[in-house]
Ligand binder design. Structure first.
Ligand code: ATP
Ligand code: MG
Length: 424
């Protein structure tokens, strides 16, 4: 026997009936995007490696150690499986001059790839929904993208997701803060772990993100970026807070929220839950006013978020709010193969009328076909039995309701009774 081949570690198959929850979630997302006027964009899963190195920044977790990068053996191109969605969407917006006539509100859904240690809520192929609002300086659009997440939680029936916010200011303000930060950490050099030592001069802001308990006090005492912000940045942040207040959306200002990517400016935020253990951030985003220019476009502001679908579905399962997988309306039982030329077109007519019909395949006794019908969850069995067929009829047997008797309907006039099968 040839050796069995298994999926790549950290990359999951999504199988029925689980996949039905994915489809249900994707439908909820599409309905949300329609209401907010966000249009779908589909960009390649593979991009030139320099797009991410330049867009995300060299001293980021993703670029340093998480990217699936390879050389295309056919032509020597340096390529990368996309680790996130924003860089590709911004590249496409520039390449197709999408911003020439003003802003664009876009969304995407699909797989992302990061070489991380697989664990609950952390996979090597995972899936994101993301939005990117390009060409709008905010803070009204900042409030919009944040509040559309709240609407999604409500649509999904999720209650325990809270909002954290911060303002990263502009590059000059960050430079001033960075200098103060470096001074602070240098004075306490002996308290820094190896990673922090390494980041002290390359990316000291990321030290604030440390999960090392021994460094918490040092990090708490560090100078705050908020204290280095100028009037414009503060006005932007206060404008956003006012709109969130007015919309009744609570938030916590988290001064240590910096997020992984270099490209963020001004507003950054995360939606967090305590119900998923260590991987509690279900959605993260922020403003990236410098990114379009960095990738080679005419300067234009942008803001967006990325949501981890696996984490949201896990949360839905925890809270028991996901709907049960869909079941067929009817299950067609055909005890004698000679009846198939009658049964097949009847099922086709029913499906054309919107009825979900699962037709028994593979023959077998009436009894075994009824067992399948029961297991399918269908509300009705359509029995193409010998005596009914001889009378030009098909039997309708309710499978979930013992109080209703079996009846028969004419084979010649299917559309007259098709809608009966849709009633719940
Ligand atoms: P984390 O701190 O958990 O590593 P991140 O800051 O790297 O998250 P982002 O790049 O902001 O995450 O991605 C947005 C969202 O995508 C995250 O909030 C999370 O829900 C999800 N996500 C990120 N990495 C993974 C992964 N490896 N597996 C599953 N979901 C992920
Ligand atoms: Mg990460």
């Amino acid at each position: 026997m040839p050796e069995q081949i298994q999926a790549v570690k950290g990359m999951n198959d999504i199988l029925p009936p689980d996949s039905a929850r994915w489809e249900w979630f994707e439908e909820a997302v599409r309905a949300l995007m329609r209401r907010y006027g966000y249009q779908n964009i589909r960009v390649p899963i593979v991009e030139p490696t320099p797009l991410f190195v330049r867009g995300l920044g060299e001293v980021t977790d993703i670029v340093e150690k998480e990217m699936y990068s390879f050389v295309d053996g056919m032509n020597g191109d340096a390529l990368t499986l996309r680790p996130e969605g924003t860089a590709g969407v911004v590249r496409a917006a520039i390449e197709h001059s999408m911003l020439y006539d003003g802003g664009k509100r876009l969304y995407y859904m699909g797989p992302m790839f990061r070489h991380e240690r697989p664990q609950r809520g952390r996979y090597r192929q995972f899936h994101q929904v993301g939005v990117e609002a390009l060409g709008h300086a905010g803070p009204d659009v900042d409030a919009e993208v944040i509040l559309m997440c709240r609407t999604l939680w409500r649509d999904l029936g999720l209650a325990d997701v809270r909002l954290e916010l911060n303002c990263l200011g502009q590059p000059a303000e960050r430079r001033a803060h960075r200098a103060a930060l470096v001074t602070h950490f240098e004075t306490h050099r002996e308290l820094l772990d190896a990673e922090a030592q390494r980041r002290l001069h390359s990316n000291p802001l990321r030290i604030l993100d440390t999960k090392n308990p021994a460094m918490q006090a040092l990090v708490e005492a560090a100078p705050r970026l908020m204290d280095h912000l100028g009037d414009e940045s503060l006005a932007h942040f206060e404008g956003l807070c006012r709109m969130l207040d007015a919309a009744g959306q609570p938030y916590r200002v988290n001064h240590r929220l910096v997020r992984g990517m270099d490209y963020y400016s001004l507003t950054v935020f995360e939606w967090i839950t305590d119900r998923l253990g260590a991987q509690g951030t279900v959605c993260g985003g922020g403003r990236y006013d410098g990114l379009v220019e960095l990738i080679g476009g005419k300067p234009a502001p942008g803001i967006g978020w990325g949501l981890g679908i696996e984490r949201v579905l896990d949360l839905l399962q925890q809270s028991g709010t996901a709907p049960p997988p869909p079941v067929p309306d009817a299950y067609a039982i055909v005890p004698d193969a000679a009846a198939l030329p009658v049964a097949v077109p009847v099922c086709e007519t029913l499906r054309a009328a919107g009825v979900a019909v699962l037709m028994h395949a593979g023959g077998g006794s009436m009894k075994s076909q009824f067992r399948r019908a029961d297991a399918s969850g269908a509300r009705w069995a359509l029995v193409f039995g010998g005596s009914e067929m001889a009378a030009g009829m098909v039997a309708l047997k309710p499978l979930r309701d013992a109080t209703t008797a079996q009846t028969a309907r004419p084979l010649g006039d299917v559309s007259a009774w098709a809608s009966e099968l849709l009633k719940r």
